[in-house]
Design a binder for this molecule. Structure first.
Ligand code: NAP
Length: 237
């Protein structure tokens, strides 16, 4: 089950997961048309409109996915928002609240729903939380509130991984650098990737599939001894 899986990095994870034989459920927030397009590309997936910041919607996301595909065994907490780009002094309390609600509360609600179900059923579940290099770089002048929310996701990943490791559950994070997706347009600067590419040691911006590959490796048995890790997929940033 992939939150925010209808577009961008989440949709690339969905495509890669289907290729690897997973039955895939995808959550999204508003864009029914994008979810419809993904369903046309990947027949057999389940798409559920569910805002991860709403506890009832998170339960519905799991229930609907499980009703069609069977028990969830792997979760990718990918849904995330930045709010508008700009200096911290200009950002609004509403922006702080929404970014924290989606990125932090949403990740925690989905993670809790998953680990409760896994512990009840004795499932050795696997979870990957999508962070950002902003968590360690701070995103000054752009969205420091977003960077702080991703630092929370990373601390949460480390703590939850230790708490659930005795149950055989693995929890990791991927911290992408800049990726070609619509998130930059939503933040108010569609061409942001072209502006920031000069900071990237590898000299280019990532494609969503390159982040998806890291997520899918962490979910796989090849990562069987990896938990509590934050894997940077950032071109060296
Ligand atoms: P994106 O292209 O903007 O897509 C965001 C996805 O999340 C969409 O499917 C969207 O659904 C969904 N979503 C947004 N708010 C949601 C909510 N409240 N509940 C459920 N779903 C929600 O984003 P992206 O660039 O792929 O980013 C995915 C993740 O990677 C985020 O956590 C982001 O912070 C992180 N990340 C991205 C970059 C980058 O450069 N792109 C870099 C580092 C980290 P709708 O289509 O319905 O709106």
């Amino acid at each position: 089950m992939i939150t925010g899986g209808s577009r961008g990095i989440g949709a690339a994870v969905a495509r890669g997961a289907v290729e690897r034989g997973y039955a895939v459920g995808v959550g999204y927030a508003h864009d029914d048309a994008a979810a419809e397009r993904l369903r046309a590309d990947l027949p057999g997936i389940v798409t559920v409109r569910a805002d991860v910041a709403e506890p009832a919607a998170v339960r519905t996301l799991f229930d609907t996915t499980e009703a069609t595909l069977g028990p969830v065994t792997a979760v990718v907490n990918n849904a995330g928002v930045t709010g508008p780009l700009g200096p911290f002094r200009d950002a609004s309390a509403d922006t702080f609240r929404r970014v924290l609600d989606v990125n932090v509360l949403g990740t925690m609600l989905c993670a809790q729903e998953a680990v409760r179900r896994w512990e009840e059923r004795g499932t050795a579940g696997r979870m990957v939380n999508v962070s950002s290099v902003a968590a360690t770089l701070g995103a000054p002048g752009e969205y420091v509130h977003y960077a702080a929310s991703k630092a929370a996701v990373e601390a949460f990943t480390v703590g939850l991984a230790k708490e659930v490791a005795p149950h055989g559950v693995r929890v990791n994070a991927v911290a992408p650098g800049t990726v070609h997706t619509d998130i930059h347009a939503a933040a108010g600067e569609p061409d942001r990737p072209a502006r920031v590419v000069a900071r990237v040691p590898m000299g280019r911006i990532a494609e969503p599939e390159e982040i998806a590959a890291a997520v899918l490796w962490l979910l796989s048995d090849e990562a069987s001894y990896v938990t509590g890790a934050v894997l940077r997929a950032s071109g060296g940033v």
